[in-house]
Design a protein around this ligand. Sequence first.
Ligand code: 13P
Length: 245
Amino acid sequence: MAVRALIAGNWKMNTSLAEARSLAAGIAAQPSAAADLLLCPPAPWLQSVASEIGATGVMLGGQDCHPTSAGAHTGDISAEMLAEIGCSHVIVGHSERRTDHWESDAQVQAKADAALRAGLVAVICVGESEAERDAGRDLAVVGGQLAGSIPAAANANNTVIAYEPVWAIGTGRTPTVQDVAAMHDHMRTVIADKISDAAHVKLLYGGSVTPANAAELLAVANVNGALVGGASLQVEDFLAIAAAV
Ligand code: 13P
């Protein structure tokens, strides 16, 4: 069973508008043949990035959405708004949001549900802390996050799962390929409880992915792509990761 790879760039709260435009234009000029590419810029830059991407096939995503479609929620953005300006995906439950904004699995599930309702693909993030890994609880923690965060309507067409160990994000450290393999095998098994076509769901790895380690991480069974932070801010690095598929 072949699952087409997805290489997603999470720009987080980085780039000026000029940098965002040039990054998007540089990536859109050389779309990958081997993988689908997804760019998730800061929300104020979405429309500008959309116009740089044009009809190249590079996809656009938000970094978060509110569970409801409209209303009195100052500062929030709905999934419907993201869809209307051309997003196909939205990241939900990134560990930085789980930490900075105290998002629970239930809230992440509600956001993922909102994404599906708006016709977006939800990129649901999970991952253990270093303390949880050291205590041997990594598989259990991630299993619990998956059970709590995946909405009932999830399927392989509307849901992507990203495994991002918290201790590997922005640190230059990554799990061993054996550890990534064990986690991704575990995730494939766990999601089958909630998703009937679980075998086709894209499972991404994220956390200090670089051009130097991408090939070995992307070669792991059940790794169907990457969610890239820092290295997604350089055209050459992001495209090199895509070329490593
Ligand atoms: P880094 O690639 O910078 O470690 O970030 C990973 C990440 O959090 C992507 O969502």
